[in-house]
Design a protein around this ligand. Structure first.
Ligand SMILES: [Zn+2]
Ligand SMILES: [Zn+2]
Length: 334
């Protein structure tokens, strides 16, 4: 039976009829499979949640111990049965614990990638192509103009700026879950061993990453006491804190931001970003198109983002392809 017979798009999200569960639902539901911990995919209040151990830990950290009725933790590759469906989760390379969901029913299979990338990232397991009949992909950066530069180049630009402006506090807007920890690891890999200062909102998730064995090196939370002493230091904060009162206590701020959207100069300017760093946890155009080939599914469904371009590309290259037009998963700040 073709997956289109047992998967449907509903207002709350994608629904699996034969298993009676949703994938990354927008609203609390009785049964949910959650691909990763970002807020647009992981919501509080579900009856049952199937997710990786790491994603469940992230959900507890963000929403509290009682975020769901019952947790069903799965290791990568472990199988579970929900109704008439077999489920397993496979690394997506997006953030810690991020997973693609593989579903099989009556001899056909479908993979929901969730958000993913193909670049190396020491904070999570690398994306694993999983054979399937239908591959469901995101398309956040699915335009040929989106080609993310190597992360090392963006980190090098940041370190050069720090050398050129040794008195300026380099304040970088980064998403608190994933991007923050990946940036810290990349700075360490580039030889930056100084203390990195963090907005308080990042503390809990950094500790969680450390508890899963990801070494972040020395870091401290910015306080009203140490804020004045941070000239020439690197401070990470959520994108929303770049312009708010919180940042005014820091000395001579040089505003930076790390996001795939920093490729668009107008967006950087509009956000008052002096040093835009193009760093994304989503696949760029080349990663998306290569992934269609690597996975090799004859049929591709595109969930959200610039779906037209990717659907067109897939059709031109011999795949059956369609857009699902899912709303609510726009990764605005990544
Ligand atoms: Zn995400
Ligand atoms: Zn997303």
């Amino acid at each position: 039976m073709h997956p289109r017979e047992w998967i449907e798009v509903r207002p709350h999200g994608v629904y699996c009829k034969v298993g009676d569960f949703y994938i990354d639902p927008m609203q609390p539901v009785e049964r949910a499979v959650v691909t990763h911990g970002h807020a647009d995919h992981a919501r509080a209040g579900h009856g049952h949640v199937w997710a990786t151990v790491e994603t469940l830990a992230i959900m507890r950290a963000r929403y509290g111990e009682d975020h769901a009725g019952t947790e069903h933790p799965l290791a990568y590759g472990e199988q579970a049965n929900i109704g008439d469906v077999t489920l397993s989760l496979h690394p997506a390379g997006h953030i810690l614990g991020s997973a693609q969901a593989w579903l099989e029913h009556a001899g056909t299979s479908i993979v929901f990638s969730g958000d993913y990338k193909r670049r190396p990232d020491p904070t999570c397991a690398p994306f694993e192509p999983v054979p399937c009949d239908v591959f469901v992909t995101e398309a956040t950066f699915a335009l040929p103009v989106f080609r993310h530069p190597p992360l090392e180049d963006e980190i090098a630009r940041l370190l050069v700026s720090l050398e050129q402006f040794p008195e300026r506090c380099h304040l970088i807007g980064v998403y608190a879950l994933g991007k923050c920890q990946r940036m810290i690891c990349a700075l360490r890999a580039a030889g930056y061993q100084e203390t990195i200062y963090l907005h308080g909102a990042m503390q809990r998730l950094c500790k969680l990453y450390e508890s899963f064995g990801i070494a972040l090196g020395p870091w401290e939370v910015v306080t009203s006491e140490n804020a004045k002493t941070l000239a020439g230091k690197i401070v990470l904060c959520p994108p929303s804190a770049l312009q708010d009162r919180w940042s005014r206590k820091l000395p001579d701020v040089l505003t930076a931001a790390a996001s795939g959207w920093m490729r668009i100069r107008a967006r950087a300017r509009q956000k008052g970003v002096e040093l835009p760093l193009v760093v994304s946890d989503h696949a760029d155009w080349d990663e998306l198109t290569h992934t269609l080939v690597d996975v090799g599914a004859p049929e591709v469904w595109v969930t959200h983002g610039r779906d037209d371009a990717l659907v067109y590309y897939a059709q031109q290259h011999g795949f059956k392809a369609q857009a699902l037009h899912l709303l609510g998963y726009e990764d605005d700040s990544e």
